[in-house]
Design a protein around this ligand. Sequence first.
Ligand code: GLU
Length: 292
Amino acid sequence: MYYIGRFAPSPTGPLHAGSLVAALASYLDARAHQGRWLIRIEDIDETRTIAGAADDIIHTLSALGMETDEPIIWQSQRQSRYEAAFLELGNKVYPCACSRKEIADSRVSLSNDGAAIYPGTCRTGLAEGRSARAWRLRVPNAGDALDEIEFNDRWQGPVCESLSASVGDFVLRRADGFWAYQLAVVVDDADQEITHIVRGADLLESTARQIYLQRLLNKKTPHYLHVPVITNDRGEKLSKQTGAQALDSSQPVSALLAATKALELGIKAEAINSVQTFFEAAVPAWARRFGK
Ligand code: GLU
């Protein structure tokens, strides 16, 4: 099967037990399909990038036996590609003057990622005396057939989402001038011809927006698989913000085995004594569960 997968970390801190689960799942899926696996560094939001974190992630992955099959691309070097896609969207994007507070105060309702759904204030043009902060993509109106995005997630099952009800018109170019993740990820996945996206379930709620953008830009929609996110004892997603510890890459086998538990692969730890024997067991176990 023609297969290209990827792991696309944001370099906001070192790899931790939670991000390793997403990395490992994407790697196992690529190997189970005899496909290629790419690392892409999503450093588009320079305000969140931590110096040295990308190299640290790449080295940790390598210590755990996961190496990219192609040279790594960095989003910070691809601004012109995002701009080209943005221009291609023509009048589907419009300038928006609203501040976060104005949108929150409009109390339309909360979107699926907890932000307020955009009430459409600037949809028909900027009010007099107001200037553009961000640029938004117009989503179809409720009831329009294009508003409902359906896809089958290989882990989560069928998903159906109405863009107008769940997010509303969303930002492609941010008020601080950075390209939004939603645009950058769609352009990169298309340019790298990614056929299969395997990532954490926290991104399930972004997928409908990304499929909509793929349709507008005439790009293929990849297959999706969203693995459960790992939480700490307080039920929070493991992340740098919630105090996740950097992985100890001097103990690669135990880090890999711990990540496999979250993936429910049922690997017998006793038989694993090296990174190599780990993958010899894990790749077929993944293939049995998710196909090859
Ligand atoms: N860079 C995103 C993150 O680290 C992941 C993007 C993706 O896999 O689509 O959360």
